[in-house]
Design a protein around this ligand. Sequence first.
Ligand code: NAD
Ligand code: UDP
Length: 319
Amino acid sequence: MRILITGAAGFLGSHLCDRFLREGHEVIGMDNFITGNPQNLAHLAADQNFSFIRHDVSNFIFVPKKVDAVLHFASPASPNPLSPYGYTNLPIQTMKAGALGTLNALGVAKANNARFLLASTSEIYGMPLEHPQKESYFGNVDTIGIRSVYDEAKRFAESLTMAYYRFHGVDTRIVRIFNTYGPRMHLDDGRVVPNFIQQALRKEPLTVYGDGQQTRSFCYVDDLIEGIYRLFLSDEHYPVNIGNPVENTMVELAEEINRLTGNPAGLIYKPDLRVGDDPQRRQPDITRAREILHWEPKVSLEEGLMRTIPYFEQAMKHD
Ligand code: NAD
Ligand code: UDP
């Protein structure tokens, strides 16, 4: 297949490029580098099956020759207002990537009679009132909250994808991705795993926001990519949660990272800048992924962190 991957220079996009190339496909990566890093694709420079187009997906997308599939991953993804890459600091770009970008990417799929896969998110569940979150849960999102630029853009993107499936018969898939971490996350990303690992490697206290009792479920990137690949190959048109159901508090995560890095500096509690907007609990129900895709995560948090820490060690040296 000839496959267009938007957001290719980002964390997940670059791993997806690797996976599809390894499976013998031709990949066209597209990115405008707003939160991505050209280094994430540097190892593919000499690959005959890989090409790259620098382009903002909010504008009409032109791809020379026919494509067989489009995977739409372009979007800022970090909620941290302290990071220049945080989507609350890129609000209009985030809404455009989710709305206009999805429209344009679906347009490419329709024009080429190609398969389409949307990167959606657990954020569409907002501040969930149901726990764990099943795909049938409609979510609880404040339309004007600071996270809404991301959440509502992704909700719109899901609706648009279903409209293209139902009305135009485009062969679509929707993956709802829960917190994922691993090598190639940007140093300035601002999400919790990159922040904590870098602080630990600098022997600084880890900055826990609020009381640190809020939970997340962390999926290692290789597990996630496997789940997405299986969804891509399946016939499933309705959203599927992909994530790790093992739930941890932020204090537990911080303590585990300090233990693995031998950081004696402990934790420091910082005011919760996202008051009222930081989901207190988040955990995927992956029953559908288990049943339809025969998928479940295999990499434990400890193992995943041990594979991620050396990446940050190297990246910090070259920063
Ligand atoms: P990332 O910031 O590393 O990658 C996103 C990429 O999209 C970047 O390379 C960025 O430059 C590119 N991009 C953004 N807007 C663009 C535009 N208008 N035109 C072209 N390129 C553009 O983030 P990530 O974690 O790799 O996230 C990738 C996708 O997965 C996003 O759609 C995100 O919403 C989704 N997602 C990620 C997670 C996670 O835990 N990593 C969770 C849920 C959903
Ligand atoms: N967080 C933290 N310290 C940090 C960064 C994040 O305690 O340096 C917390 C944040 O408040 C949230 C959780 O970690 O409760 C996960 O945040 P992240 O930005 O990784 O993504 P989210 O799951 O909120 O989309």
